[in-house]
Design a protein around this ligand. Structure first.
Ligand SMILES: *[C@@H]1O[C@H](CO)[C@@H](O)[C@H](O)[C@H]1NC(C)=O
Ligand SMILES: *[C@@H]1O[C@H](CO)[C@@H](O)[C@H](O)[C@H]1NC(C)=O
Ligand SMILES: *[C@@H]1O[C@H](CO)[C@@H](O)[C@H](O)[C@H]1NC(C)=O
Length: 391
């Protein structure tokens, strides 16, 4: 980048450019016509009281009535010098004769000559180069910009829209792998400055980030997330120039991104942390690796499908996934086994109790039978003894 600046400090001898008609109806003291003069800020600016014939000069006035600022020196020829002119000293200066008539009037604008600009160019696709620039200093004066580019001996104009004075575009760069020198020249009444930058189209290419990035959980899949997006609208949608995409994601709270590359505009991630929100971003790059990657799309937060939302059944494929311990080393049996052991113990106890009751019943029955037998024997014996007595 280099610049040439025709900055003229010191006595401002800038040619008086045009005659400006000052229309002031309510205040008749203001001169009907005044010359226009531009002066550099922080320099000495001299205003001449030029007159076609010799006149005796009485005084200078600012804006018709105000006395001129204190930091002024009256020259022997009647000229007025503003020492180290400041912004507030601008206005209409008029020199008057003894009768109060205007001898000469000058409209003074104070500002600065242009300085090198901050120019940057980008190529959001293969078909257009867009350059924009920003002045690094405020010149306080109207500027015009001339934008040209040069490839070997060929000089062409970079197209400017009147509505975008700080921008220009090169449509269909004739050979986009070429190198061109961009030359932006700012011109104002106090001078001009050119800023040149070297453009290498194959390095300049940088797509815009992918658009409309969305994510959705996959039903029944607590470790999956579906992510989709669109080609940036500034990129040809025809797919004649395919884009490569890079997707990155991390659980909220972690600093480590996982990355995936694809030429598709959707991807299903299969290794997210269950039940945890994740941050997701996508970037785009030319598939043939020209230029550089786009910026990352804004961070998007997404939560995978959670099991609490709708409890799975044993038939559900997610059931096993979820009940499976996440860490392989874990030896804790799943809660399902606890329940089975409980049921088994209960059943065992019940069987034992029933068996015990059955045994007791059998023993009781047996004892009762035995007692009845004894009684019958005893009755028989007593009956026999009674018969014996009768006999
Ligand atoms: C401006 O004018 C003042 C007063 O006449 C003088 O002292 C000073 O050196 C001048 N400055 C320049 C840059 O000419
Ligand atoms: C004189 O008028 C100009 C506008 O023409 C204004 O910017 C400036 O502040 C005025 N100066 C004074 C001292 O009133
Ligand atoms: C840049 O453009 C300006 C305005 O067209 C021209 O005067 C100047 O010579 C150019 N500079 C170069 C190095 O081409």
């Amino acid at each position: 980048m280099s610049a040439t600046s025709t900055h003229t400090c010191g006595l401002i001898s800038l040619a008086i450019l045009t005659i400006l008609c000052v229309h002031v109806n309510s205040e008749p003291w203001i001169p009907e016509a005044a010359d226009v003069q531009y002066g550099s800020l922080d320099c000495n600016v001299t205003l001449a009281c030029s007159s076609p014939w010799p006149r005796s000069l009485a005084e200078w006035r600012l804006n018709g009535s105000t006395p001129v600022p204190e930091q002024t020196v009256l020259g022997s020829d009647g000229g007025l010098t503003l020492v180290n002119a400041k912004q507030h000293m601008g206005g209409i200066y008029s020199c008057h004769d003894e009768k109060g008539n205007v001898v000469h009037a000058v409209k003074l604008y104070l500002g600065r000559a242009p300085e090198p600009l901050n120019v940057s160019c980008r190529m959001a696709n293969h078909f257009v180069v867009r350059c924009s620039w920003k002045p690094l200093v405020n010149t306080y004066l109207p500027s015009k910009f001339i934008a040209t580019y040069r490839n070997d001996d060929l000089v062409a104009t970079c197209h400017q829209e009147p509505s975008q004075p700080n921008e220009c575009t090169i449509g269909n760069p004739f050979a986009w792998w070429h190198t061109v020198t961009m030359n932006i020249t700012e011109v104002n009444p106090l001078g001009s400055a050119s800023t040149r930058i070297l453009l290498q189209f194959h390095k300049l290419l940088r797509p815009d980030p992918p658009e409309a990035v969305t994510t959705e959980p996959v039903a029944g899949q607590p470790r999956k997330l579906r992510v989709s997006w669109r080609y940036p609208s500034s990129w040809p949608q025809s797919r004649a120039f395919p884009l490569l995409f890079q997707l990155r994601y991390r659980p909220v709270g972690s600093n480590i991104w996982s990355e995936r590359s694809t030429t598709d505009t959707n991807v299903t991630i299969t290794d997210v942390v269950s039940g945890h929100p994740h941050l997701i971003q996508v970037q785009a790059g030319d598939e043939l690796s020209f230029g550089s990657w786009s910026e990352w799309s804004p961070e998007l937060q997404a939560l995978p499908w959670i099991v609490e939302a709708s409890p799975p059944t044993k038939e559900d494929p997610a059931y096993n996934l979820f009940t499976e311990p996440i860490t392989v080393e874990s030896t804790e049996p799943p809660p399902e086994d606890h329940r089975n052991v409980g049921v088994l113990v209960c059943l065992g106890l019940l069987a034992g109790v029933i068996l015990l009751m059955l045994c007791t019943l059998i023993i009781l029955l047996w004892m009762r039978q035995k007692r009845r037998d004894c009684m019958m024997k005893r009755e028989l014996a007593s009956m026999m003894s009674m018969q014996h007595v009768k006999i």
